[in-house]
Design a protein around this ligand. Structure first.
Ligand code: FSO
Ligand code: SF4
Length: 546
């Protein structure tokens, strides 16, 4: 195996004998084989489209299959076997529809081996094929940047699709990008253009998801979320999927079970159609990398709806459930029926058989619900405070948390930011400071939680609306972006921000192993994309811009 797609990659260069995330070599190889066959499927889908044949079932399958290869989503070999077999069957179906001429390229012809053991051997023969097929390191790195951004885009597109939000342009682009990865004639400039196109199309994917979430569950409103438990049986929900949460809330009504969020589910407390359930109680724990230490303390079952899942410890192994694309070997999976309905009875029964909490406890609360609608409803006040010089700067501290050292930077930056600064945040990196008492400034909370990483679109809308109100470009706003990355959704968001021409972003805790230093130099020269420094130096530099 070779995998370097996430920030925690071994030694900052690549995981070779097993992933730091827990990914086994056979899973990495199966993911590579899936990628190879998906490139063939993509060529066939484009040829079929050219003849007017569009199959949305295959389109949905493709984005889901790509999403499955994101860090901390699926670790289960049999599930990859299923995806590989389906991908090959769909590819062959599309080849026939498109009446494609025979070609001797592997991605069009490869037949998956029949048993899982033989498939794993076949996958080993294609292990990291993509890492060996381009001689030029900078071009390879940029192609992989586009591929990892595409994985993030597929995650957003999949979440949106579950809510009925789809766009033909997005499906077609996914096929174009995947098919292009087999074209060795593409140059560094071609891949730079493709990476920025991924960023552009990812804005569309994020918009679809925003429309889906706000359309189904309303616009988030500022909401206090308790961090302490309430007496009663308990289920904790992790991941990013709002539809799963809604179905679980419906099915647990009146059963004496309180529902808690974990990780990236925290901001869901702000959605009117979710917060209306009286048993949707509060939040448990912090960011994903602490799950094995924190979840054993929870006296009820755990439901993972998406990433980031880690190997469950013995204390939680028999009470952890997965649903959707997330998977761990041997862990029970709640599947949707043909209409998308999920029956959560097994997890409800588990909750009823477990002790739950026997007393209420006050552990404080945090505020969520500052999506674009809520923030822009006070835009006039914000503009006035900036124009009068009272608010000096907005700092968006957004992105993922992670286990590697160096992430304290983000905590310190937020704590050391002057009083007249408003901190905007999104994604799981916020758990470094989400419960810090930053107080208010001129009647505005100093810490505004925009939402999940899936809500990065909200940040773009807020920045665009403020720029309009000030009659300036986003780059001229008193706004600094300080990003933390971990997995491939962060790559997609970064590419969107680069596509939008956002300058002066800071990125950490370390830079991606797959981006060649020459490419980083270009990004630094053109857009002043800079690695994070020290909180003190970076704050000084941000305020020098004002
Ligand atoms: Fe975090 Fe994990 Fe939301 Fe990521 S939970 S790290 S960018 O998968 O998805 O922010
Ligand atoms: Fe390593 Fe990250 Fe790949 Fe896991 S996803 S194998 S930690 S680079």
């Amino acid at each position: 195996m070779f995998c370097w797609q996430c920030e925690q990659t071994r030694n900052g260069t690549g995981c070779e004998a097993g992933g730091v995330c827990g990914k086994k070599p056979e899973v990495a190889d199966l993911q590579d084989l899936l990628r190879l066959i998906l490139t063939g499927l993509s060529k066939a889908a484009l040829a079929a489209r050219a003849k007017g044949h569009v199959d949305n079932e295959i389109d949905r399958f493709t984005i889901g299959a790509v999403f499955s290869t994101i860090t901390n989503v699926d670790f289960d070999p049999p599930r990859f076997q299923e995806l590989i077999n389906k991908a090959a069957a769909y590819r062959d179906q599309l080849k026939q529809k498109a009446d494609m001429p025979e070609c001797d390229c592997e991605e069009m012809n490869l037949k998956p081996a029949e048993t899982l053991d033989s498939l794993i051997k076949q996958a080993a023969d294609h292990s990291a094929y993509w890492h060996k097929d381009l001689p030029e390191a900078a071009t390879l790195g940029l192609r992989e940047t586009a591929v990892y951004g595409l994985k993030g885009l597929c995650a957003y597109a999949d979440h949106a699709s579950v809510l009925g939000q789809e766009d033909e342009n997005l499906f077609k682009f996914v096929y174009e990008c995947l098919a292009a990865t087999r074209d060795k004639s593409l140059t560094l400039d071609d891949w730079l253009a493709m990476a920025l196109k991924v960023g552009e199309m990812n804005v569309l994917a994020m918009k679809l998801l925003d429309d889906g979430n706000t359309g189904a569950y309303g616009h988030p409103v500022p909401t206090k979320v308790p961090l302490g438990p309430k007496t009663g049986k308990a289920i904790v929900v992790s991941g990013h999927d709002l539809k799963d949460l809604k179905m679980l809330l419906e099915q647990t009504k009146g059963k004496g079970i309180n529902i808690y969020t974990h990780g990236e589910m925290l901001p869901t407390h702000g959605y009117p159609e979710l917060k209306k359930y009286p048993h949707f109680h509060g939040h448990f724990g912090t960011a994903w990398q602490h799950q094995t230490a924190e979840l054993p303390e929870f006296p009820g079952p755990v439901l993972f709806t998406t990433n980031c899942i880690q190997r469950p410890g013995p204390a939680t192994g028999d009470r952890t459930f997965t649903t959707g694309l997330v998977g761990w070997p041997g862990m029970p999976q709640i599947k949707a029926d043909s209409k998308g309905h999920k029956d959560f009875t097994p997890i409800i029964e588990k909750a009823l058989s477990m002790p739950g909490y026997d007393m209420d406890e006050d552990k404080g609360e945090v505020m969520v619900g500052f999506g674009h609608n809520a923030v822009l409803s006070v835009a006039d006040k914000v503009v006035e405070l900036v124009k009068s010089g009272k608010i000096k700067r907005f700092i968006l501290v957004g992105g993922c948390d992670g286990a590697k050292p160096g992430r304290n930077y983000y905590t310190e930056l937020v704590d050391k930011a002057p009083q007249d600064t408003i901190i905007l945040t999104l994604a799981c990196g916020k758990f470094r400071f989400f419960d810090h008492k930053l107080g208010e400034f001129e009647g505005l909370p100093r810490l505004l939680d925009i939402g999940q990483c899936n809500d990065a679109y909200s940040a773009v809308i807020i920045a665009q609306a403020l720029a309009k109100a000030f009659d300036c470009e986003i780059n001229d706003l008193p706004l600094s972006l300080v990003l933390s990355w971990y997995e491939q959704k962060a790559c997609a968001v970064l590419l969107s921000l680069l596509y939008l021409g956002i300058k002066n972003m800071r990125l950490g805790p370390t830079l991606p192993a797959f981006i060649h230093p020459d490419v980083l130099n270009v990004l630094h020269e053109k857009l002043n994309l800079t690695p994070i420094g020290t909180p003190e130096d970076d704050l000084k530099a941000m305020f020098a811009q004002s």
